[in-house]
Design a protein around this ligand. Structure first.
Ligand code: SF4
Ligand code: SF4
Length: 168
């Protein structure tokens, strides 16, 4: 739950701008985004509120919130925003800051670790292999799992982008 405690971090504006969220300033709080947000219909997530909290430099409250992870990046809000605020880019920037500062959720870390180790977010275990075989498919899918060169290249990309630090 996003706290209503009003604690600001003045350095957050520059940090968010550097991460790609500078245009949060364009938001004039009309609420069109929240009105059309499918995630907000099912959860306590309110995207307009998140934009406002970012404008107010409420860093800790944002990074600690579950709502930050409830956007499905469907882009409905971006299509409708009268100020053309790049809302999803801002959400992603906030998430990147959250992860970089250790606010990653356990399940996200598990998924990231699987991707780092195998190239798949969902592991190919014996059960899946058996199901694939029963359907006439190769037990191991023709992805990086079956292509060592591609896996090596993926490893290089993940290390170069710092993805490895998420799972260490
Ligand atoms: S639709 Fe755009 S301007 Fe309106 S509240 Fe949402 S982000 Fe702000
Ligand atoms: S992109 Fe995220 S915030 Fe925007 S409408 Fe979709 S779920 Fe809601």
């Amino acid at each position: 739950m996003i706290t209503t405690e009003f604690k600001v971090n003045p350095e957050f504006e520059a940090q968010l701008a550097a991460a790609g969220g500078a245009d949060v300033k364009l938001c004039f709080q009309c609420g069109t985004c929240t009105a059309g947000c499918p995630s907000g219909r099912r959860t306590s997530y309110r995207v307009r509120k998140l934009m406002r909290m970012a404008q107010l430099d409420m860093k800790e409250a944002i990074l600690d919130s579950d709502e930050l992870w409830e956007c499905s990046t469907c882009y409905t809000c971006v299509e409708r925003c009268p100020r053309q605020v790049p809302i999803v880019d801002i959400v992603v920037a906030l998430r990147n800051i959250a992860v970089a500062e250790g606010h990653i959720r356990a399940n996200h870390k598990k998924t990231a670790t699987s991707f780092y180790k195998t190239g798949h977010t969902v592991p190919i275990n014996d059960k899946i292999k058996a199901e694939r075989k029963a359907m006439g498919l190769p037990e191991v899918p023709p992805t990086v799992l079956a292509n060592k060169d591609a896996m090596d290249q993926l490893d290089k990309i993940l290390d170069a982008t710092g993805f490895n630090k998420i799972v260490e």
